[in-house]
Design a protein around this ligand. Structure first.
Ligand code: PLP
Length: 351
């Protein structure tokens, strides 16, 4: 029966089935020592689909660093497993209710690629997002009038196949007090083949629907990812991007500038630049706040204002996100403030 409806398996499923999970497969391709990867993989699984793997140009490049385990993951004394205390803010498992009006529903436990810097490294690929658990999350939303927005995250919600995702979106859309639905997915970047015409046709029924994707480096922008974003944008789905500030990947003003500009050209609006959460096994990616601020200072004024993201820190202990901005205020007197512009010149401005 299923075979008649889907005469051939979609390409994205075949790519997922061919994911690299064994260090030997990486070692064979790149001539590196598999033992260097094996210990980290025992703690935090590896999963790289063939498309994302094909973007690696050399061991240690910005794509490699995001996807291939590093022995430093096991030497991280500074991180904690769950600094954001998401589990304490979960009224039902797999649903995080931190802000009054919106919830995050973890709709999948898998991804097309396991990012080595993942904030949910403790659970992705380990904790099953079962159908009943997701249904309990939807029940919570239904019985909680204050929730006006549901954010599907995970794992990657686009790991669900079209029919399961459609059923979930239908159930959410049927709730009167839910006004907005947002999908957080890295697939336009890590497996753009997932963005099929069928998927887009299905998603456009559930407007208003926003899709926030996640690109970290210009090397991730290919003809394939451009096409995926174009399909979504053509269907009237507004696109945003969350980027994570990562040492050795994008902690460079010129790289960040180039990335943000390329995103705008793809009709993807940079939304957040995240300071990395202090999660276990991610120490080698940490960038000091001061450096993040200096990148923000570089972007403002040189790049279309639409391309300047908010630089966000998610406070430990479940305090929520706060934006950091370079300090443009030099002094505040009762009648006049002194403000510094992007070039460093100071101006007086009457309050
Ligand atoms: C980041 C986050 C959101 C969404 O925040 P926005 O600022 O609206 O993008 C919602 N809930 C939780 C728990 C979050 O961590």
């Amino acid at each position: 029966m299923t075979d008649q409806i889907f005469p051939s398996e979609p390409r994205w499923k075949a790519l997922l089935a061919a994911c690299v999970t064994d260090p030997k497969q990486v070692a064979e391709r790149f001539d590196v020592d598999p033992d260097r990867l094996a210990a980290a993989i025992r703690r935090f699984p590896m999963r790289i689909n063939p498309y994302y793997l094909s973007l690696i140009r050399w061991p240690g490049d910005p794509i490699w660093r995001q996807a291939v385990p590093d022995p430093a993951e096991l030497t991280d004394a500074a991180g904690t497993a769950e600094p954001l205390c998401e589990e304490e803010q979960s009224p039902v498992p797999g649903l995080i209710h931190r802000y009054p009006d919106r919830v995050v529903l973890l709709a999948a436990d898998q991804c097309a690629m396991f990012c080595r810097f993942c904030m949910r490294k403790r659970r992705v690929g380990k904790v099953a997002a079962e159908e009943e658990r997701i249904a309990a999350g939807v029940d919570y939303v239904r019985s909680t009038q204050a929730v006006h927005e549901v954010i599907l995250s995970g794992g990657d919600p686009l790991m669900l196949d079209d029919s399961r995702l459609a059923r979930l979106l239908e159930a959410i859309r049927a709730i009167d007090h839910v006004r907005l639905v947002r999908i957080h997915s890295r697939m336009p970047c890590t497996l753009p083949q997932r963005i099929t015409d069928d998927l887009v046709r299905m998603l456009r029924v559930f407007q208003p629907l926003y899709l926030i994707t996640h690109f970290n480096h210009p090397d991730e922008i290919t003809d394939r990812s451009r096409e995926a974003c174009a399909r979504l944008a053509d269907a009237g789905i507004p696109l945003g991007c969350q980027t994570v500030l990562l040492k050795g990947v994008n902690d460079d003003p010129a790289v960040m500038h180039h990335l943000m500009e390329m995103l705008l050209v793809m009709r993807v609006r940079p939304y957040y630049l995240h300071q990395l959460d202090r999660v276990h096994g991610t120490v080698h990616f940490r960038v000091p706040l001061e450096k993040g601020l200096s990148i923000m200072r570089h972007l403002r004024g040189r790049l279309s204002g639409m391309g300047v993201p908010h630089y966000m820190v998610d406070l430990p202990g479940g305090g929520g996100k706060v934006p950091l901005t370079p300090d443009y205020v030099v002094s505040r007197d009762r009648s006049v403030w002194r403000l510094r512009n992007g070039e460093g010149r100071v101006f007086s401005y009457p309050v």
